[in-house]
Ligand binder design. Sequence first.
Ligand code: TXA
Ligand code: MG
Length: 340
Amino acid sequence: MKNRLNTVMLSNSDDDIKYAAELIKNGEVVGMPTETVYGLAADATNPEAVKKIFEAKGRPSDNPLIVHICDASMMEEIACEIPKLAYKSAERFWPGPLTMVLPKRIIIPKVTSGGLETVGVRLPSDETARKLISYSGKPIAAPSANLSGSPSPTTAAYVYADMNGRIPAIIDGGSCNVGVESTVISFENDAIRLLRPGYVSVEMLSEVTENIIIDKGVLEQLALTAKVSSPGMKYKHYSPKAEIYIIKGNLSDFEKYVSENLKDDDAVMIFDCDELSLDVKTIMYGRNSEQQAKRLFSALRECDEIGADRVFARCPSTEGVGLAVYNRLLRAAAFRVIEV
Ligand code: TXA
Ligand code: MG
């Protein structure tokens, strides 16, 4: 970073949101709460402002940003050739954690779209985010507000931990309700292609069409050189310093495996209902998939807070929002899955 900035923490009062909107109009980057995770918000139509997002995150320039709008009608200002299925999906899931990849209009510069001719469009349900977009009068580009490669931030304090000195302000909107990033989809003829699972699950998407293709990148590791539908899928992601291992099996097999392999400074990441008789540092990450989604990223940050070398994690269910939890944990674990 060239110049270290003084990062101020703002509240989500109207006055503070208006102040943040002024910063955005002036081409600055602001930490913004959403219902999924915090974002790094800037004017999506201003290439210089968008470049500051990539700089603050240390993000590869070919990884496109999602553009946030505050009203469904704004979709037509930034995207074109919008298929019927997209209108249907917007009607059903917006405002909310769904991003739709559509052909972009010229108003969205190539830096924002990572060089692609498409743009990811999302109408968040979080009221503070919608006010910020509305007061700034611009579509807002916002990736998750973590340093590239780190777990996404679900509180303003986590944004501060990663972005202190790198951006001028963060709006504190409390902890995020959903906890994992939005579902990303694209459209092919009469089908929806799932590029990144999120709170809007495959089961929910099947309410708008039966034709759902789950992209290979959702559950498989892609080569850095692979041609992918969503560039974000090929990069290292969500990784604490600790090495995470996903242990697939029931609780007693999990316990047996851990007890046979445990070293000093190892820890476990388990469900709230799990009872272990091992003497080991323990991180809990929820009872059901929704709680796991909400707590996964703070649990991953906790792995480093407790100084763990290796963390053995119970394998989550892949149903509903569980698929999003598993998808993020797989990347955090660099695809290390051990079946017991
Ligand atoms: O919930 C969310 O989506 C959060 C909040 C802040 O809205 N944002 C977020 O952005 O997660 P980011 O940049 O961390 O992740 C965006 C993902 C990346 O994997 C990126 O590759 C993909 O969406 N993406 C964005 N635009 C795309 C496009 N035009 N085509 C394909 N994939 C796209
Ligand atoms: Mg991200």
